[in-house]
Design a binder for this molecule. Sequence first.
Ligand code: AGP
Length: 603
Amino acid sequence: MCGIVGYVGPREVLPLILQGLKTLEYRGYDSAGIVILGEDLSLFKRQGKINALEKDLQGLHLDGRTGIGHTRWATHGAPTELNAHPHLDCDGNLAVIHNGIIENYLQLKAELLRLGHHFRSETDTEVIPHLIEEQLKSQSSLLGATLAASAQMEGAFALAVVSKRFPNQIVAVRRESPLVLGVGKGENFLASDIPALLPYTRDILILNNNEAALIEESGIQLFTLEGKALQRQPLSIDWDAKMAERGGYEHYMLKEIHEQPQALRETMVGHIDWDHSLVLLPEFPDDLLTGARRLYISACGTAYHAGIAGKYLIESLAGLPVEVEIASEFRYRRTPFVEGSLGLVISQSGETMDTLAALKRFKEQGIPTLAITNVQGSSVCREADHIFYTKAGPEIAVASTKAYLTQVLSLILLAVKLSQLKGQPQPELVCELKRIPLLAERVLAELEKTVQEYANRMRFLDDYFILGRGLDFASALEGALKLKEISYVHCEAYAAGELKHGPLALVTQGKQVCILATQRNLFAKTLSNLKEVKARGAEVLALSFPDGNELEADEIWSLPPTLDPLGPLLSMIPLQLFAYYMAKEKGCDIDQPRNLAKSVTVE
Ligand code: AGP
C-alpha cells in the first residue's frame, strides 16, 4: 500500500519528508519519490528502497518550505523510476502523488493526449497533474482546479498536489484511500497514516471520505469535494511509538482485522462495473476461463481454506468442477489432468515453497496457470501466467486475516465472472458486494466487545469444535486454524453433517461447540446438528443472520444479513476476533506465534 507524506513550514523539508516515508515503510513499496517546492520545483525519485534515494540526496540542502513524498506499491505500470511518484504536468510546474486506482484513466488520458498533453510514464496516476493543469486554465485556485479534476476521475484515490504557481500550499483529496493531517504551530503536515506525523504533532485531523484540505503554514482548511467549507476539531493522539507503528492497535493482527473493510473496498476497485452490475476481471483472459473444463486450486494453510470456499462458490455459481488440493500433497500426487484443466494457486506471500512447487507442477503438465496473491513481484508472480492481486496491503501478523478475506472476495469475483461468461450475470450478488465493506464495519462495531467477553469466559478452554456446512465448513476450517495458531487451543473444524460418523463421541457435558449457520439453504440441517450436540450436553455458540434466531444456542452472534455466498466475508471476522482475544487472555505472542513463520519458504 503506498505511503504519502507532506509538509508546509519552516523546517528543512527534505529530511522531514524522508523520515516520514521511512516511518511508513512497513506498508510495503517498490519505489519512492519526493518533490520540494522552493524557488524551483525539485523532483527526486528512485526505484527500490528509500535509503537508495536518501543516499543520492546526502548532503543536499534545498530552500523551500513545502514538500510531498511518496512510496509506491505498483498497481498500473511496473515498479520503475519513471513510474514512481510524484508525477508532473507538461511544464513540470505542478506535482501530484496518489494512492489508489483511477479506473477511467485510459479515457482521460486519450482526451488529454488529444488536447496536446504529453506523458512520461505508464501509470494511471499521471493523468492527474495534466487534468489539474487543464483545469487551471479556467480555475483561479489550486484547490478549485484539483476539485474539478477529481470530479472527472472514477475510482479510489488519496491525492497530494503542489504547484509553483501556489507556493506554500498543499491540496489533499480523499476518496476511499486514507489520509490524515497533522496540525502544528506555524507548520502543518499530511500523511497516509498517523505514525508519520507523531514525531511532530499529536493533533490529528482525519480527512473523511470525499473530503479535501488546503494545507498552509497558517492553518488547514477542510472542504467537501464540492468545495463547501467544513469545521472539525483535531483529535489528540496519545499513542506510544510501538502503538504508533501499529496504527494505535496493540497488535498488528488486530490492526489487520480492522483493516478488512478497506482491504475489501480496495480489492473491488477496478473489478466491478457498478452501473451494469458486472464483475470485471481483466487479469484472467475470458477465453481461458471460457475454455476451462476443470479448475484445480492448490494452496497452503489459510490460502487453502480460501480455496475450499472458492470450490463451493465456483461450482454453485458457475457449474465449473473444482478440485482443491493442499499444495504439499498435490506436488507429489500424480494427478491425471483432463483436457481443459486450469491451475490456480493462492498465496498471500507468493513465496510459499509448497505452493510454488504446485505451480511448477501445473506448468510441467502444460496447464495454464492463474495466481491470486498479495505481494507484487513475488516468486508466484514470476511463475504464473496470469495474476490477480488482492489489495490487502502488507500483512505483518503471522496469522493471516485481511489476506484471507480478500482471497475469498477474489474467488467470489472469479465465480461471478465465470457465471457471466456462461450468460448468467449475477446482478443481485454484485449489487450486494457494494454493501459488504460497510457490513464488515458493522460486524466489527457490533460484535467485538461481545467476542472479547466470550473469550474471557472461555479462557480456560483447551479444546473446541467449530462446525459448518457448505461455505460455513470452509469458514470453520479457517476459524479453527486461527484459534490453533495464535491461542494454541486445540480446535477441530468439522463438516456438521459428518459429526455423527464418529467425532460426536467426543461431545459430552459442557463441551464447547461453535456452529456457523449463514447458509440459509442448509439451515434446517445445521439446526438439527445443533440439536444433536445440545442433546449430548454441549454448550453452543451460533453465528448466524437475524433470521437464524430460532437457533436454540446458548449464545448467538447475529451478523448483518447478506446473501449466502457472501456470508463467509462476515462470519470470519468474529472468529478472527475470538482467536485474537483468546490469545490475549492466555498471554500468547499474538503477532509472532511460537514455531510459525509468516512465509513458509521451506518444504
Ligand atoms: C495462516 O494464518 C498462516 N499464516 C499460514 O497457514 C499461511 O496461510 C500459509 O503458510 C500460506 O501462506 P501464503 O498464503 O503466504 O502462501
